[in-house]
Write a protein that binds this ligand. Structure first.
Ligand code: CA
Length: 525
């Protein structure tokens, strides 16, 4: 070979390499996209996390929640837009309010043909899977693999359905029974999948724990946790009704929970599952003693389930650490909504009060998020899908109503970031009337309209419409409805206007064509 030809071959090689370079770098950048591990508990409310203050801080078992908080950011103002399991899950997947995705209430299904973020991530080359509670009735779409419970599922030896044996909920018994404790099994399934997927492609995994959903059955290994321990109760435990607070709705008092335990004792077949720790009796107790005894059982069972969640969260974190995946994986732990743990004398969720409205949320991503940070910005569950898209490097799909808060997490809150949020609970019942409201940093205004409006599962029994207003600076526990306080009338007028604007902005306009709602607006606005 002559020197001239040798030179040309070299030139040719360099040219070829240059031509190939964009392709090579693209492949490399595709490979380096972060994994997303979204772990969500059921009803695991912020008061029971131990990193949000409150009376339970010293009692909760939260080693791994704290481990995440020290490595990442804790959200102090993350809210659900409809505090109920099924609607919140649909909102997280679609990035839409209930009136947009059609999942208003517990009985609604998510249409598999609808857009969702799992489909988008899958299209973008992510390996996708979901484990544990699904709750959206029809076949999960957008996932390579799923292993989910039939309906709510049970804690011990539950049945799971996968792509191999799927039937929609209500279409007959299907799936396979697995021996063990639900939250442990869900983690097993997730770890098994993670260890068998292509390590050169990113993953998006949703791991949905059953705990801490009622009926709080805990694994045997935790039965002695809190044995002989007195757990403090919230000061508002002895709120026996709306007369003392000016509240306009009844809510779900702890006596209803005790009633379920009593019914269960007499007729276990009445329930789909078993209540732990029976028998339970309130014989001979006055109303205060009965409430304390009910709270004691409730809180211990609940916190034991929370401890099982934390243990399993730790197994997932350990796996990522051991495999060297923690640096390039966004890890989230959250709950589908908040929950009352005896505050106002309640259990359950649904209403726009702080305990049910707040979603506890911690996120770890060492490449971008400073360990031990807190974010005060308002984040909604409509935002999660947008955040996932942002991290995956795909343009925000048009169907998503929420906004990515990736910059906020880096300490750069956009100047136009929201300072108020719109909420609507649709599944009307006399104890939980249908309502919508607005929350700003300082105030909350809620309108309980009390109508079923044709929603699946809503009660036909209407309630008298009423307003609630709270100044959260001076009454953070919402113990006194200040709607009629003369000091606030100007603020309330302004908030009513903003509430209507927000309602319209998110496209919740169906009340305009409802004659009954128009009458209610006319009389009560
Ligand atoms: Ca839930």
């Amino acid at each position: 070979m002559t020197p001239r030809i040798r030179l040309n071959v070299k030139l040719l090689l360099v040219t070829m390499l240059n031509l190939c370079w964009p392709l090579l770098s693209h492949a490399q950048s595709a490979d380096s996209r972060p994994n997303i591990l979204f772990v969500m508990a059921d009803d695991h409310t912020s008061q029971a996390w131990g990193i949000y203050g409150g009376i339970l801080g010293k009692y909760v078992q939260n080693t791994n929640i704290k481990r995440m908080a020290s490595r990442g950011a804790v959200l102090d103002n993350c809210f659900d837009v409809n505090s109920l399991c099924t609607p919140s899950r649909a909102t997280i997947l679609t990035g839409q309010y209930s009136h947009k995705n059609g999942v208003y209430a517990l009985d609604d299904a998510l249409n598999p043909a609808r857009d969702n973020i799992a489909k988008e991530l899958h299209k973008a080359g992510y390996q996708t899977a979901i484990f544990g509670k699904w709750g959206l009735k029809k076949r999960p779409s957008g996932f390579d693999h799923f292993m989910v419970m039939n309906g709510q599922g049970i804690y011990f030896d539950p049945v799971f359905k996968s792509e191999d044996n799927w039937k929609d909920d209500g279409q007959g018994v299907t799936g396979k029974k697995y021996k063990g404790y639900n939250t442990d099994l869900v983690t097993d399934f997730a770890l098994d999948w993670l260890s068998n997927i292509d390590p050169d492609k990113p993953f998006f995994a949703m791991v949905h724990f059953k705990g801490t959903h009622e009926p709080w059955e805990y694994p045997d290994r935790l039965k002695d946790l809190y044995k002989d321990v007195d757990i403090p109760y919230p000061p508002s435990l002895f709120d026996y009704g709306k007369q003392t607070t000016g509240r306009v709705f009844d809510g779900q008092p702890l006596s209803d929970l005790a009633g379920r335990w009593m019914t269960y004792q007499k007729d276990p077949a009445h329930y789909w599952t078993t209540y732990p720790g029976m028998p339970f009796s309130l014989d001979g107790l006055d109303s205060v003693e009965a409430r304390i005894k009910t709270y004691e059982k409730f809180i211990k069972d609940y916190l034991r389930c929370g401890a099982a969640n934390d243990e399993n969260l730790g197994r997932l974190l350990d796996y990522l650490d051991q495999k060297g995946l923690s640096r390039n994986t966004i890890i989230i732990y959250t709950s589908d909504q908040g929950y009352f743990l005896g505050e106002h004398g309640f259990f359950d969720k649904r209403v726009m009060m702080e305990e049910a409205l707040h979603m506890p949320f911690v996120i770890v991503y060492p490449k971008e998020i400073k360990g031990g940070s807190r974010l005060e910005d308002f984040v909604l569950n409509t935002d999660f899908a947008a955040l996932f898209a942002d991290y995956a490097g795909i343009e925000k799909p048009a169907f998503i109503q929420g906004k990515s808060f990736r910059d906020n997490l880096k300490g750069n809150t956009p100047p136009d970031w929201r300072t108020s949020m719109y909420y609507r609970y649709w599944e009307h019942a006399p104890k939980y009337p249908g309502h919508f409201g607005i929350r700003t940093k300082k105030y909350k205004l809620v309108f309980y309209y009390g109508q079923p409006l044709g929603i699946n599962g809503a009660s036909k029994k209407t309630t008298i419409p009423g307003w609630e207003f709270y100044n959260l600076d001076i009454d953070p526990q919402e113990l006194h409805n200040a709607y009629h306080d003369p000091r606030y009338q100007g603020i309330i007028r302004h908030l009513k206007q903003e509430l209507l604007e927000q309602k319209h902005l998110v496209g919740d306009d169906s009340d305009k064509s409802s004659a009954v709602m128009q009458q209610i607006f006319h009389k009560h606005w």
